[in-house]
Every structure is written in C-alpha cells, then in structure tokens.
Design a protein around this ligand. Structure first.
Ligand code: KG4
Ligand code: ZN
Length: 322
C-alpha cells in the first residue's frame, strides 16, 4: 500500500512480506497468500496513510492491480480498493502489475520515449517497447520459464530457501563461470528467451554429481548459472536496443535487483550504445510494491482511464495497447 504524489514522489510505500509463510513450502501457496492479504490489507492501508501524513479527503484517485497474478490475492486488493474508493468518492484506476514494474523507473527519473524495458520477474521475462506513456509492445518473451523462476528452481536443488534469487546472486559473486552452461537462443534472430534448458542442465549436473559422490563447488555453480542468464539477457536486450530507436533502457521486476545483471547491462550499454540512458529502480522498488502501481496509475488517470465498480481480477492479464 502506497501514497504517491504526481506519479513520481513516494510519500509512503508499505510492503507486507509474506515470504516467511511460503518458505517452508518452497514456493507461493495461493491459499496462504490470500489469507495473508486479508489479514494485512487494512493494516497496510492505515499505515500507508499515516506514514504519508495524508487523510483520504486529500487523495485524487485509488489505483489497484487487477492482473496478472493469483486470483485470490487480486480479488482482495480489488475489494479493498473498491470499498475505499466508493466510501471516499474517488475514481478507481485499473493497473496492470507488469506496467507497474516498468513505472517503478518513473520513481527514479522521468521516462523518455521511445524506451525499451526488460521485465524480469518470478513469472515474466519480456522485452517491452514503449513509444509513449501507457503503450506497450512485447517484442520478445520467454518461451518457457521466467528468469526468476529459473533462479528459484535451481536454488531449491541447492537447498537454498525460497525465493533464492538474491542468495544465488550473492554466491555467484564468490565464484567463477567454470561449468559453462548453455546460452539458450543467444544466436537466434529474435528477442525471445528460454531458461528451461539451462535449468535442466543445472539440475542434471547436480544429480549426476550426487550419484557419483562428487562434490561440486556451489559458488562456481551459482556463478556459472548466473553468467548464462546474464549473458543472454544482456545480449538480447542490447540487440533490441540496436534494432529499435530507443532513448532509454529500463530494467524492471524482481530480477532487476540482480547485481550481475546490473553490472553486465551497465557495462554492455556503455560499450555498445553509450547514447542510451539506463534506468534501474532502487532495490526496494524492483520487487513487488505498491508505489510502482501508483506511478503507473498516474498515466491512466491522465487519460481518464477509470474503472467501473464491477472491475474483475484478470489472473493472466496481458499488456494492451491503450
Ligand atoms: O517481481 P517480483 O518481486 O515478483 C513477481 O512479480 O514475480 O520477482 C520475484 C523474483 C523471484 O523469482 C526472486 O528469486 C527474484 O525475483 N529475485 C532475484 C534477485 N532478487 C529477487 N533474482 C536474481 N537475483 C536477485 N538478486
Ligand atoms: Zn511482480
């Protein structure tokens, strides 16, 4: 829950993490997620208003995510947002969660169009081309696993706790790329990705080593896995920026917190396309948060894109040209 001024200034941004409840299951359990949302939502609402020092009568609109995501969690957010908007006579602004991730960059600096966004999260890996505010064209996406999903599955095989992206990233910095995993679709003439082959190669290597009683170097394994993910993400993103006329490159989503990706992209862009401005949100704005939803909502509000009270959750919501 967050209070945002003008789509760009964060007055408060309350994130109720439920990672500890999901950790013992090794992934997000939808029913547990819903229960958490019910328990936390009004507490977060009060906290967000209090921290911002704002009373509801000073608000202009209520933004809400209606997809993509888990239906139970989405419905709880929608119900709370509708009730609050109705009670205070405010317009309800529908926001796509993935658009929110991109607009997290708006909280860092103004966006300049056309821009390219690399969206990398637990459920998505996409290259999105934007010619103006609120317009999204997916030019490439993963054909199987998302980058974050690959991190989480590989981490699980190493016995790391969920979600393991951050820990693998830290381990990677202590090791070297010695295992030489495949670089899927690197040479193909498109902007799509694939991470399931890499995941399988990793899991097979670990299982084979276990069967033979061989000891693997965990840091080198993490570094080798990360080198493969980062090389493909960077190469395809740079190629996309060479193909489309782009002023800015935004990296967004939970995996945008990855140090290897941040460093790799910064270096490659400086070498290949020094004229393009790289915008990566601060670490706490990369993962799921409400401030980014408020930033994206500002664009929709300017277009008077207001939802009716029968707005429903769309778990597999795609980007639309608005
Ligand atoms: O965007 P996000 O918070 O939630 C989704 O909408 O999916 O992304 C979560 C994903 C998880 O898969 C997590 O392992 C990954 O982001 N992640 C990372 C790092 N920090 C979070 N992956 C790689 N390196 C990191 N430093
Ligand atoms: Zn997300």
């Amino acid at each position: 829950m967050a209070v945002i001024q003008n789509g760009e200034i964060v007055l408060s941004n309350i994130v109720a993490s439920q990672i500890n409840s999901h950790r013992r299951f090794g992934g997000v359990v939808p029913e547990v997620a819903s229960r958490h949302h019910v328990e936390q939502i009004t507490l977060c609402l009060d906290e967000a208003l209090e921290e911002a020092g704002i009373s509801p009568d000073r608000l202009q609109a209520v933004a809400v995510t209606y997809g993509p995501g888990l239906v139970g969690a989405l419905l709880i957010g929608l119900s709370a947002a509708k009730a609050f908007a109705w009670a205070h006579g405010l317009p309800l602004i529908p926001v796509n969660h993935m658009a929110g991730h991109i607009y997290a960059a708006r909280l860092v600096q103004p966006l300049e169009f056309p821009l390219m966004a690399l969206l990398v999260s637990g459920g998505h890996t996409e290259l999105v081309y934007m010619v103006e505010d609120g317009s999204y064209e997916i030019i490439g996406e993963t054909r199987d696993d998302a980058a974050g999903e690959a991190y989480d599955k590989v981490g699980r095989v190493l016995g790391l706790s969920y979600p393991s992206g951050k820990e693998l990233d830290q381990l990677a910095h202590q090791g070297e790329d010695t295992y030489k995993f495949p670089r899927a679709m690197l040479k193909e003439d498109n902007f799509d990705f694939s991470f399931s082959g890499l995941k399988s190669a990793f899991i097979n290597l670990v299982h084979n080593a276990e069967q033979r009683g061989e000891v693997l170097d965990i840091a080198n394994l993490a570094a080798s896995f990360q080198a493969s993910v980062v090389e493909v993400l960077v190469a395809k993103t740079i190629r996309a920026c060479q193909t489309y006329p782009v002023k800015q490159l935004v990296i967004a989503g939970g995996v945008a917190a990855n140090q290897g990706l941040r460093e790799g992209m910064t270096q490659a862009l400086a070498e290949e396309l020094p004229g393009i401005d790289l915008v990566i949100p601060a670490l706490k704005l990369c993962g799921d948060n409400a401030a980014m939803i408020g930033a994206a909502a500002h664009v929709e509000l300017k277009k008077q894109h207001v939802a009716e009270m029968d707005l429903n959750a769309v778990p597999s919501l795609a980007f639309q040209h608005i």
